[in-house]
Design a protein around this ligand. Structure first.
Ligand SMILES: *[C@@H]1O[C@H](CO)[C@@H](O)[C@H](O)[C@H]1NC(C)=O
Ligand SMILES: *[C@@H]1O[C@H](CO)[C@@H](O)[C@H](O)[C@H]1NC(C)=O
Ligand SMILES: *[C@@H]1O[C@H](CO)[C@@H](O)[C@H](O)[C@H]1NC(C)=O
Length: 201
């Protein structure tokens, strides 16, 4: 959906994080073969319209983010230019790894090598709730995957409406394959739930 930010520019806003991974039957969402769906298949869940009305924090992205997504995904610059009617320059070494950097609520890491240092992802949130708000992070991660959020407390005020935070993933002791977890920001009234999927090798 489109949202007018405080300086009047139209940007695309995801409201997905106000989604819930439980459907309205109060059963976990399943994929078409009726297995319990994992966060990858759900995206970040089905939309809960009541919560979406007052999301608290939003993740803003610009149209260029989506065009760059196509570069990272492997489409040729020529095709992307023709589809998007822009003169976008794709990065020199586009890679699916770069998709993690798009300011999307959920985080997906295609490969985290056990031997590598922590992989750090940055996200920026914009406060669209009351001007004075303090959000605190809670992380749920599978055993062995070390996930840290810095800062783990976001203090918004009239002069501070956007804050970036970093999420680091360290997988030395993690199980091989996809590790799913979540990061939730709470201010006492708003619940901003995001999920992550990290493929450990
Ligand atoms: C509004 O969005 C534009 C484009 O993303 C950005 O440059 C600007 O800083 C934003 N303004 C505020 C107040 O968030
Ligand atoms: C549904 O999920 C199961 C378990 O993750 C998987 O094996 C199956 O291929 C999935 N089916 C579809 C249609 O995605
Ligand atoms: C936000 O906090 C500032 C500083 O404590 C205070 O002056 C202001 O009135 C507060 N604004 C609202 C809308 O509560």
């Amino acid at each position: 959906m489109r949202h007018k930010n405080r300086s009047g520019t139209y940007v695309v806003v995801f409201l997905h994080f106000s989604a819930t991974t439980y459907n309205n039957m109060r059963k976990p969402v399943t994929n078409t073969s009726n297995y319990f769906a994992n966060p990858h298949e759900i995206g970040v869940g089905e939309i809960n319209p009541l919560r979406a009305l007052s999301p608290g924090l939003v993740f803003e992205t610009v149209v260029e983010d989506y065009i760059r997504f196509l570069c990272y995904y492997g489409y040729s610059q020529k095709n992307i230019r023709s589809m998007s009617k822009t003169n976008i320059n794709c990065p020199r070494n586009p890679s699916e790894d770069l998709i993690s950097n798009i300011n999307y609520p959920s985080i997906s890491i295609k490969t985290l090598h056990r031997k590598q240092k922590a992989k750090v992802i940055t996200r920026t949130v914009t406060n669209v709730g009351p001007l004075n708000a303090t959000y605190v992070a809670t992380v749920h991660s599978p055993e062995g995957l070390v996930v840290k959020v810095t800062p783990n407390k976001l203090v918004f005020s009239e002069g501070v409406q956007r804050i970036s935070y970093k999420v680091s993933f360290y997988g030395k002791e993690a199980h091989a394959g996809y590790n799913f977890g979540s990061l939730t920001w709470l201010d006492g009234r708003h619940y901003v739930h995001t999920v992550f999927a990290v493929n450990v090798e």
